[in-house]
Design a protein around this ligand. Structure first.
Ligand code: S3P
Length: 175
């Protein structure tokens, strides 16, 4: 059996739906832990020189999902434990889920679709929320809730709490 590394030496990955606060919370958690911070969408945009929206619109979702998987695998392969804000759809792929379970401490930032819809903006990296965000988020919650639960070592119910509080909650559970 391969001994698993202690939580403090594993990557800390935040998963959850769009608008759950992965990027803003992750950035601050990384600062507190003195670790590098990696955001999947930012990495995809830096790597391709294009926005997430452009990739979805020109190449289609399957191409985006392949990039999402590559970026996650590369982030998890880094030797230094980092804090990673994974793109919301990362759990749709079984290999991604296996990697997350094997290689990281995973925190699911959970929030109700109503809370997310009130907070989230469509913007250049969220083409899926252009039309009727609440309905989309409700469908996603049904489809993805079990998948986030499957990979999560810890669940933080955000309940619309401010970022500072969520940072403390994540640091508490991931200690
Ligand atoms: C997506 C989430 C977005 C982005 C893309 C698709 C999803 O990232 O990757 O728009 O399918 O949930 P965030 O979760 O960082 O908003």
């Amino acid at each position: 059996m391969v001994p698993s590394s202690p939580p403090s030496e594993r990557h800390l990955v935040l998963v959850g739906m769009m608008g759950s606060g992965k990027t803003s919370v992750g950035r601050l958690v990384a600062r507190r832990l003195g670790r590098a911070f990696l955001d999947s969408d930012e990495q995809i945009e830096a790597r391709t020189g294009r926005t997430v929206r452009e990739i979805f619109e020109v190449d289609g979702e399957a191409t985006f999902r392949a990039l999402e998987a590559d970026v996650l695998a590369d982030a998890l392969a880094r030797p230094e434990a980092a804090v990673i804000a994974a793109a919301g759809g990362v759990v749709l792929d079984a290999d991604n889920r296996r990697r997350l379970r094997d290689q990281a401490t995973v925190v699911w930032l959970r929030a109700d679709p109503e809370v997310l819809a009130a907070r989230v903006r469509s913007g250049d990296h969220r083409p899926l929320l252009t039309h009727d965000p609440l309905a989309v988020l409700e469908r996603m919650e049904t489809a993805r809730g079990p998948l986030y639960r499957e990979v999560a070592d810890h669940v933080v119910d955000t309940g619309g709490a401010p970022v500072d509080e969520l940072v403390e909650s994540v640091l508490e559970v991931a200690r």
